[in-house]
Design a protein around this ligand. Structure first.
Ligand code: HGY
Ligand code: MN
Ligand code: MN
Ligand code: MN
Length: 412
């Protein structure tokens, strides 16, 4: 199959998409349902429409763009990723798997291929935890892991509910209808930047993901006693932030305690109240992210953090409450899908190697409802979730080329 990936067009589209941001370039901030997200969604919809795909969106903004196959009654092959971005992020995380998948479809269309099965591009809503505190909200709901009741209890920092936010963005359907019917797809493949340094270090252009690490996140709320920074003497203080600081250090110690390089933990969010330089913090809220490819080891870290919270609470005479927001199992990718990706790399004459994903992805949840695989491309120095995140056009084009061959193979 003489496949032509239009790398220049794709590079341009990624650059246009990056302009829909709440932060100045080169940073990208695109939080779900905010104005930049809504403008970005409209742009992606316009590109999918121009490619002749039939579009639909569900109640939480998952976008489905379908290229009808010869037999539309057959379960489709699905590919996709996300376009939302955490604050001060880069322009390739997720977007390569959305616009790259669109380019793969366009390249296949240009060959005159008519796939037996339909091929559907799925752009997942709210993959990042930024607004509602939990990652992969769209794919969790699609997989049925999160139900409408749990989703209705989600709030952002302004107290807005998921329903408030989605309806304001024009998504007015019923969240209970989001879950995919069984057997909707025969395969799901996500193209994504590695978000790590291994491919670049090894000089390999393509990574075949065999497993996706098990993510967990914890919310820690510390309540002490505030007061005047000048008047409250040190022995009398019950400083909520300092208790939080000890807990954050305990998070780091817990991750290091496993002696396994695959265990990671981060206290990425810290809110201090009332947040005045001359007021002793009365409350501190932490959000903690813990991951490992071994679920038991990950859970042992969570347990150590909980124990540290009890210890700090007693020693510092503060109250500490914890809430596990999510603690998901790791995912193993489907051997047949990995084989299809491997065969496509071989057909195209590209080197590839198996690897694990330390980042989580929508594929982690799609693996619950469809045989799933992921294809990684290198990103410079492994940097991601930073404005200097970068993937070279030739690496992106190579990933799109292999994705296209794999989609054609899976849809035949
Ligand atoms: O955090 C993650 O692993 C993903 O990039 N949201
Ligand atoms: Mn991300
Ligand atoms: Mn991502
Ligand atoms: Mn992802």
């Amino acid at each position: 199959m003489s496949l032509q990936v239009d790398a220049a067009r794709l590079t341009h589209e990624l650059q246009v998409l990056a302009t829909f941001s709440a932060a100045p370039a080169p940073a990208v901030t695109r939080v779900v349902f905010t104005e930049p997200d809504r403008a970005a969604r409209a742009y992606v919809r316009s590109l999918c429409t121009a490619a002749g795909l039939s579009l639909r969106e569900d109640a939480v903004g998952n976008l489905f763009a379908r290229w009808a196959g010869e037999d539309p009654s057959l379960p489709a092959v699905c590919t996709g990723s996300h376009i939302d971005a955490i604050p001060n992020a880069g322009m390739y995380d997720g977007t390569v798997g959305v616009l790259g998948a669109l380019e793969a479809i366009r390249a296949l269309q240009a060959t005159g291929l008519r796939p037996r099965r339909s091929i559907e591009l799925l752009m997942f809503t709210s993959e990042e935890p930024t607004r509602f505190g939990i990652g992969c909200l769209g794919s969790r709901l699609l997989s049925g892991l999160t139900d409408a009741g749990a989703a209705s209890r989600l709030r952002d920092r302004d107290g807005a509910t998921l329903d408030d936010a989605r309806q304001a963005a024009g998504f007015t359907g019923t969240v209970a209808d989001v879950a995919l019917p069984p057997g909707q797809y025969t395969a799901f493949v996500e193209l994504h930047i590695e978000q790590g340094p291994l491919l670049e270090q090894r000089g390999i252009g393509l990574g075949l993901v065999t497993a996706i690490a098990a993510p967990a996140s914890l919310r820690v709320t510390i309540d002490g006693e505030g007061g005047h920074a000048g008047a409250v003497l040190m022995p009398a203080r019950r400083d909520a932030f300092l208790a939080g600081a000890e807990i954050a250090l305990a998070v780091e110690a817990a991750a290091r305690s496993t002696d396994a390089i695959d265990t990671v933990a981060t206290t990425g969010v810290c809110h201090v109240f009332p947040g005045a330089v001359n007021s002793v913090p009365s409350r501190c809220e932490l959000e903690v992210d813990v991951r490992d490819i071994d679920e038991g080891r990950r859970d042992a870290v969570l347990a150590r953090v909980e124990t540290a919270c009890v210890d700090v609470a007693a020693r510092r005479r503060v109250s500490v409450t914890t809430q596990v927001v999510n603690a998901d199992p790791p995912a193993r990718c489907d051997a047949a899908v990995v084989d299809a990706l491997t065969a496509s790399c071989v057909d195209a004459g590209f080197a590839c190697e198996p690897m694990i994903s330390r980042a989580y992805h929508d594929a982690l949840f799609m693996s619950r409802v469809a045989p799933t695989g992921m294809l990684f491309i290198p990103c410079r120095a492994g940097v991601s979730h930073r404005p200097d995140e970068y993937a070279a056009p030739e690496d992106i084009a190579r990933g799109v080329h292999v994705l296209a061959l794999a989609l054609a193979r899976l849809a035949s």
